[in-house]
Design a protein around this ligand. Sequence first.
Ligand SMILES: [Zn+2]
Ligand SMILES: [Zn+2]
Length: 66
Amino acid sequence: MPTCEICGVEVVDVYECSECKTNFCEECGDVRHRLCYDCISWEEEVPGESWEKADSWGAFNDDDPH
Ligand SMILES: [Zn+2]
Ligand SMILES: [Zn+2]
């Protein structure tokens, strides 16, 4: 099995980072954008940020099990 170069764990599949060519597992980066954890940190891509703010007040009176 291949080894993730970020966490050093043997995994079934690794993905090559498009920025630094590091082989990383799905735990250590964004596999859809092919960016390892190190490269994501300066990309500052946070897709869930906008609705997370709305949820903070929405969850107060709306009892959503999710
Ligand atoms: Zn890893
Ligand atoms: Zn990278």
